[in-house]
Design a protein around this ligand. Structure first.
Ligand SMILES: Cc1cc2nc3c(=O)[nH]c(=O)nc-3n(C[C@H](O)[C@H](O)[C@H](O)COP(=O)(O)OP(=O)(O)OC[C@H]3O[C@@H](n4cnc5c(N)ncnc54)[C@H](O)[C@@H]3O)c2cc1C
Length: 457
């Protein structure tokens, strides 16, 4: 019998964090109950992350068709079929939810529809939609309830004209003129998405450039494409109030400027779903609503773990599911072996704009800020035969290495398929590979990945 095989797991929240933990724990021999109140697969994951990428893919195909004449095709005019797009999104959501549910079922995980809360350090209550409740004893409790959009008190969210990300996939109607408030990752993806559908877009940028957390050169490359596409950038403006007058929406900024459009969308961050968890019942410590966890995702209470957005680490699906898997291993006693802690600094992430943006590991700007010696090499995609074949030579690959050892420390990619290509650098960063390893890899020709080898030279 495997170590800890009789352990009872109760997991609250069925997003990538909770479901990955559930399947792994069940595979390792645990009895698992998963409580989910909304959608198995995760509200942020299935209702935000996935549909946003589906809409972006549709917009990308429209742009490709628009440029078809440059590929030697007769002009093609793509017209958005908004109802068909809604159907496509709902189909993807349904298929993914079914696939996750059947994986859980095949591992013997019991799914309970309801809202979970702690009633003690070893007991959880699930309140069902009909108001009845059931309680479960647990050896291991995993809190994975995710997050929801942050709504400031000055924003009269109505789901019709004033939207959060939750109303936008797809929105009730295609905005004629969308004002996006927030120029982080989610905000710029919205700008890209709706401008590719033909909406006029205004972006309210509180700083002097978009993507304040990213490499300035990368952010500048994206900003230029926005300018080229006619996006209105309202820089250095902080939204203070929103007013709605019939079909006109106005965003009033702190410097007196007013942006007027048909819809406004708020993309100003998220807050953790911890308010209904009754953390106090078990004495679980939290800060600003995020459960405080150690490198094993364990809270201050033995046997109670937290993962995903609720853990306050990187809010990414990939991170949530990796944490979920690690929790299952740790709680089942497998951490004594070659168990590696998650190194959040090595998580790859992408922004699905056009061009795509992806990065991993140490950023050039951070290295300079720390006074750390690095070597930076940059090669544009315009040198790549494949980029010319694709009719898209925009962007570049930048690799950050240790000048003494040649170890790859990080990198950024701007350009087509950046989100796929970054995986090569992510592997290099995680495995401690050197530039020589990249240079000596026999990449396919012609392929965009060849530029990685060139940047490593
Ligand atoms: C617009 C947008 C785009 C994104 N794009 C990407 C992307 O491209 N790539 C990426 O990696 N990440 C992306 N993310 C982030 C990603 O979606 C989240 O980091 C990820 O879903 C977090 O997983 P989770 O398991 O913590 O939470 P979730 O996926 O939100 O799952 C938590 C679940 O818990 C349930 N729940 C909450 N409270 C209770 C309760 N008391 N009882 C029972 N159930 C409860 C919720 O209904 C939900 O289903 C995006 C997020 C947004 C908002």
């Amino acid at each position: 019998m495997m170590a800890g095989s009789s352990k009872r797991f109760v997991i609250i929240g069925g997003g990538p964090g909770g479901t990955t933990c559930a399947t792994h724990a069940a595979r390792l021999g645990a009895q698992v109950v998963l409580i989910e109140r909304d959608i198995v697969g995760g509200a942020a994951h299935l209702l935000d992350c996935i549909p946003s990428k589906a809409m972006i893919a549709t917009g990308g195909m429209m742009s490709n068709m628009h440029d078809a004449h440059e590929m030697g095709l007769a002009a093609v005019e793509a017209k958005l079929d908004f109802e068909a797009l809604k159907g496509r999104i709902s189909d993807i959501e349904t298929r993914l939810e079914k696939s996750v549910s059947s994986q859980l079922a095949s591992q013997g995980v019991t799914i309970v529809e309801g809202t979970g809360e702690l009633v003690g350090p070893n007991r959880v209550r699930a309140t069902k939609p009909d108001g009845t409740f059931e309680e479960f004893d647990a050896d291991v409790i995993v809190l994975s309830t995710g997050s929801r959009p942050r709504i400031p008190d000055w924003a009269p969210i109505d789901g019709e004209r004033v939207l959060t990300t939750r109303h936008a996939y797809p929105p009730p109607e295609l905005p004629k003129h969308l004002i996006v408030v927030g120029s982080g990752v989610t905000g710029v993806e919205f700008v890209h998405m709706f401008s590719s559908f033909g909406s006029e877009v205004t972006l309210v940028v509180s700083r002097q450039h978009v993507l304040p957390q990213k490499d300035p050169e990368v952010a500048a490359a994206l900003e230029q494409t926005f300018v080229d596409r006619g996006v209105n950038l309202l820089k250095g403006a902080r939204a203070e109030t929103i007013s709605v007058d019939g079909d006109r929406v106005s965003v009033h900024c702190d410097d007196g400027r007013i942006a007027v459009g048909s819809h406004v969308l708020l993309a100003i961050g998220s807050i953790p779903n911890s308010d209904s968890l009754n953390l106090e019942a078990a004495g679980v410590e939290s800060k600003w609503g995020y459960v405080q966890v150690d490198h094993n995702c364990l809270s201050n209470v033995p046997g109670i773990y937290a993962c995903g957005d609720l853990s306050g680490r990187l809010p990414l699906s990939s991170v949530a599911s990796t944490q979920g898997r690690k929790i299952a291993e740790h709680a089942m006693g497998l951490h004594a072996g070659p168990h590696r802690h998650i190194d959040y600094d090595k998580a790859a992430s992408a922004i699905f704009t056009e061009p795509e943006i992806a990065d991993v590991g140490l950023a050039e700007a951070d290295a300079f800020a720390e006074g750390r010696k690095i070597r930076v090499t940059k090669v544009p995609f315009s040198v790549s035969a494949k980029a010319l074949i694709n009719n898209d030579p925009r962007g570049f690959v930048k690799i950050v290495t240790d000048p003494l050892t040649g170890v790859v420390l990080g990198g950024s990619i701007v350009g087509r398929h950046a989100a796929e290509l970054i995986s090569v650098l992510a592997l290099a960063v995680t495995a401690g590979l050197t530039v020589t390893d990249l240079v000596e890899s026999l990449f396919v020709h012609p392929a965009l990945a060849e530029v990685l080898g060139e940047a490593a030279e």
